[in-house]
Design a protein around this ligand. Sequence first.
Ligand code: H2U
Ligand code: ZN
Length: 339
Amino acid sequence: MLDLQHASHRRLNALTGEWVLVSPHRTSRPWQGQTEAKSDAVVPSYDPGCYLCPGNVRANGERNPAYENVFAFDNDYAALLPDAPQTEINEDGLIVARGEAGRCRVVCFSPRHDLTLSSMPVDDIAKVAALWRDEFMRLDADPLVGAVQIFENRGAMMGASNPHPHCQIWATDSEPNELVKESHRQRDYFAHRQSCLLCDYLALELGRGERIVCENDGFVALVPFWATWPFETMLLPRHHLGALDEFTESDMRALADILSQITRCYDNLFATPFPYSMGFHQRPSDGGAHPHWHFHGHFYPPLLRSATIRKFMVGFELLGSPQRDITPESAAERLRAAR
Ligand code: H2U
Ligand code: ZN
């Protein structure tokens, strides 16, 4: 019997088909590497220099409305533009490139500059979820768009340009790499078993309980068996939903509540606000049927064992495969204890 808590082993990411190396015995190694500065800066509720605060002028000269809840606008420095030429080059299959069109949006969660998902009331997070659904449905209906990625970078450590609570939406013509892997694995599983990979996985996890962090009527937050980042989590709806357009009001409420719960766990663990990249994976927007696709959220926080020590994906991880020291089970236990 493989001892998952003590012996080094590899775990399969059932959702992507990739392997992660787990080395539980390595947690006591000393750390003499880089540490991150802890910011004690007090964030004001309104910052006249912030390009996302209500009424302020953005970098391109446009003025934000005096919004009272949520606010979305076209990214002034969009990584993808709708009029990119759809041409391609291909030299012997070795030098290959394709034009990529798309649209980029920025979504402000609150007029308050100093709030985070963890400090916002669930009612207000539900307004953000409603805006995500509206944005998704509009982009999903756009013939230019093949996939919609909603994501939030929180904290300077993750490259967020501004503490004002906000996220981005990138709608691409083609499916990005992560979506391609997950589409493929879910389609394969569905074809072989006539059931959904993540519905079945969630049932297994609920039966065991050891990797569950928090839950409500509609959603479960857990540390996936194959988690790569030390405190990585996944948010899963209890029933099968492919994308935000299928969400009822109660699904949205449950999503808002689980976001509030998990971000508070993170903040309580060892940093406020806890840095992360998070985002939702949903079925592609290519007009096809995707019965195998199960909506979910990923949280990828970089912190390793304290607010000032972060994990780097370097060395073996860049050249071989990702690796983690503390086990997903012990990470889940620590997050649960921080509720
Ligand atoms: P990040 O913090 O995740 O970088 O998101 C902020 C986005 O806001 C970023 O993509 C955009 C940047 O291009 N932005 C504007 O659209 N207008 C501005 O005036 C400044 C920043
Ligand atoms: Zn602001």
